[in-house]
Design a protein around this ligand. Sequence first.
Ligand SMILES: CC(=O)SCCNC(=O)CCNC(=O)[C@H](O)C(C)(C)COP(=O)(O)OP(=O)(O)OC[C@H]1O[C@@H](n2cnc3c(N)ncnc32)[C@H](O)[C@@H]1OP(=O)(O)O
Ligand SMILES: O=C([O-])CC(=O)C(=O)O
Length: 373
Amino acid sequence: MADKPTKGLADVVAASTALSDIDGKAGRLFYRGYDIHDLTGRTTFEETAHLLQHGSLPTRAQLADYGAELVRGRTLGALVESNIPEIAEKQGPMEALRTLVSLSGAEDPEKDSNAPEANRRKAARLTAQQPILVARYHAARTGGAVLDPDPELSVAANFLRQITGRDPSPREVAIFDACLVLHADHTMNASTFAARVCAATLSDMHSAIVAAIGTLKGPLHGGANEQVMRTLEGLDPEGVAQAVRDKLAAGEKIMGFGHRVYKTEDPRATHLRRMSQELGEASGDDTFYRMSKEMEEVVFAEKGLYPNVDFYAATVYHYLGIPTDLFTPVFSVSRMSGWTAHVIEQHADNRLIRPDSEYIGERDQKWAPIDER
Ligand SMILES: CC(=O)SCCNC(=O)CCNC(=O)[C@H](O)C(C)(C)COP(=O)(O)OP(=O)(O)OC[C@H]1O[C@@H](n2cnc3c(N)ncnc32)[C@H](O)[C@@H]1OP(=O)(O)O
Ligand SMILES: O=C([O-])CC(=O)C(=O)O
């Protein structure tokens, strides 16, 4: 008979990874040994993706090559292109991304190879493609034209320009770039685990990423950032404290708070809070930032819970002019760099992931023919 399960696999070590590490008690996060506080604001998303996918921060020459690979990857295949309008009509943003990434697998030039070098190139193509898919999806559903990707612009600058239709300021680009860095990887979070489970059957890169996108979508994981904004929009700015207390008293979870691993402040929230304040003040209306601060104080006083990455990311994206239902897609734009690196890592030292279960159903049932049931 199997042992009792650890519900939610809490504290179960499910894989070895050299990609990221968390100290949940101290509130620290590292990508390949680099403290997130040292990377944020100093290292671009392109450098971070290279760090994860290739194992080191790039030299100038490596960054030029990798950057060029990312720019080439911004061109969508004909199958994906032709399906965007119908998918945009019928599916929500995360579902559409799941579908479009799956379709893009059919057009991948190395679709029949699972070799490490092919997967590294697929990782770059998927990382390049994800922001373009979000922008093209958004344009299709709003009926607007989308600006062509600008090969001179970084992932962050190009994405903001395509989504908002205007040239973002250098400060907006720097802040969004830092957001992408902050979301790039996070040990055995649910979507990364899903990708690794899929990859461990020796399935292909695109299948693993489709599993990850579907997993990120849920409100207990990446979907929380959208729910944070919806909560803020639904509150009276003068009644935040009471509304939060009422929700807690009713047993509701407050989106954007709590974490499986961090027992103190999520180090990413420290940066995002500051960015939210800066953008809120610069916008001339920092109401949502101030409401967030008040929520944070009340949730801590009532439950001792800290904000996670999704909490202040919501208002940062809002102030950057990103539509609320694209917040979780934005998360996927960044996390693509980590997911793909995890698939490569899983394949490099693979064993099928197949845990056990505890049987809690009926036993010794007597079979009866259909007319006697
Ligand atoms: C990128 C990310 O994925 S970050 C996480 C994004 N998700 C969210 O923000 C959703 C809200 N938060 C949560 O649901 C949880 O804190 C999770 C899913 C993040 C972590 O879940 P777990 O580690 O399984 O903790 P669990 O849900 O069991 O919570 C433990 C206790 O804290 C409470 N709690 C945890 N989070 C919250 C919250 N946000 N609001 C209110 N209470 C909470 C639970 O109700 C539970 O209380 P109980 O012991 O009295 O029943
Ligand atoms: O690690 C987790 O469980 C969730 C999270 O914060 C992330 O994926 O960034």
